[in-house]
Design a protein around this ligand. Sequence first.
Ligand code: SF4
Ligand code: SF4
Length: 472
Amino acid sequence: MKRDVKMTNNSAMPVIDEQLIEKTIEENRNPSLARIDEILTKAAEARGLLPTEIATLIATEDPEHIEKIFTTAKAVKEHIYGRRLVLFAPLYVSNLCTNECAYCAFRAKNRLITRKALSQNEIRREVEFLVDQGHKRLLLLTGETHAKSSFDYLLDSIETVYSVKRGGGEIRRVNVEVAPASVEEFRQLKAAKIGTYICFQETYHHATYAAVHLGGKKRDYDWRVGVFDRAMEGGVDDVGIGVLFGLYDWKFELLAMFQHINHLEARFGVGPHTISVPRMEPATGSDLASRPLHPVSDADFRKIVAILRLAVPYTGIIMSTRESSAMRNETFALGVSQISAGSRTNPGGYSSTELTAADGQFSLGDHRPLDEVIRDVASMGYIPSFCTGCYRLGRTGADFMDLAKPGEIKEHCDPNAVSTFLEYLIDYGSDEAKKIGEAQIQKALTGMTATARVRTEEIIKKVKSGKRDVFC
Ligand code: SF4
Ligand code: SF4
């Protein structure tokens, strides 16, 4: 049964306490190996971490400590998520924006890109393209405008996406990454059947936030940081958070993100469903994007993913095609559980050549088409998953966490991953993908619990007999 979101106090505003963050970083510098071991022993039990423990792992530069962090993160990832990796495609429907974010090509005053809001017919064509590739999960994105007409356009766009049916193919879950909405608007987004609502604070550091957000409603830090409170009050209990790494010190940002998570858990009894980890990439018309103020090295980026995996073991980590395929592959083992594949970030970029990649929001590091990503992911021993089971069964927010925290969700994720992967292979997969994928499914079966294996074998029979959208 669907559980109501629990509200435990009346504070609508998350507290980002910068002084406390600085103090926590300062007091946990230069940790000993014994302290690192103590924290990792706890982390290995997938119990999450306290801010002081996160600060300790953040502080260490010792290669031996870092190797231990990676080993523990890999074990936790494997234990909770097994070999599945969820795939989705971003769908940019509009690059109109009234904000002035110094790092983004879509900022209002940038005259170097072509502006476009797709018509509903154009959106339909984009979705048809993605469905024909085999996608089942979309992340719908727009620039941020705040007019009522923009919100109505968003609702129409969601309806259009869900209306596309191509044989057995369809989009089964639309997540959205759009301007922070009001409680009433979140009620409407819930009624429109969105999955997860995603919004990045970009940076939690107030002074940096003010310095890089130069105009538009986004200048209001508190309106943005309060967005998930409004989402939950409006009935959207699956939310995704993130910062744009490169704007400010990543150590501060990680701890601030945990303050935000703790606020949501304290107030609503549930934290975010996902965390995204974008690093700043070059963007047309932005000097800042080419020269981040606080660049995050590859070594630190791996550390960020591993520490997140240990700190919030049951929260999905999303990686976009900003990163190269090599970095994406490395971080799957450390903690990433969802990736975008075959992406375009310019509106109409899948089915039309009207706008070019230079009109996109940022540069992509991984340009490979979906089937190539699938072959690669499966060759590495993962099961690419297009699963939307939880959302369809109403297993969201606290209901999801109730299953996730004792580790029971795996009994659903593993069969559903195989179900959707097999659908993909039969309906869309290249011969090469079929060969690699079918071998991988057999291998995955041997690694499952007895319950998951029985469920999976039943599902395989159904999918092979022509049934689609089989989940548990
Ligand atoms: Fe607009 Fe978002 Fe780009 Fe800022 S980051 S300019 S709000 S699209
Ligand atoms: Fe995600 Fe639920 Fe599917 Fe697992 S069963 S992959 S948690 S939707």
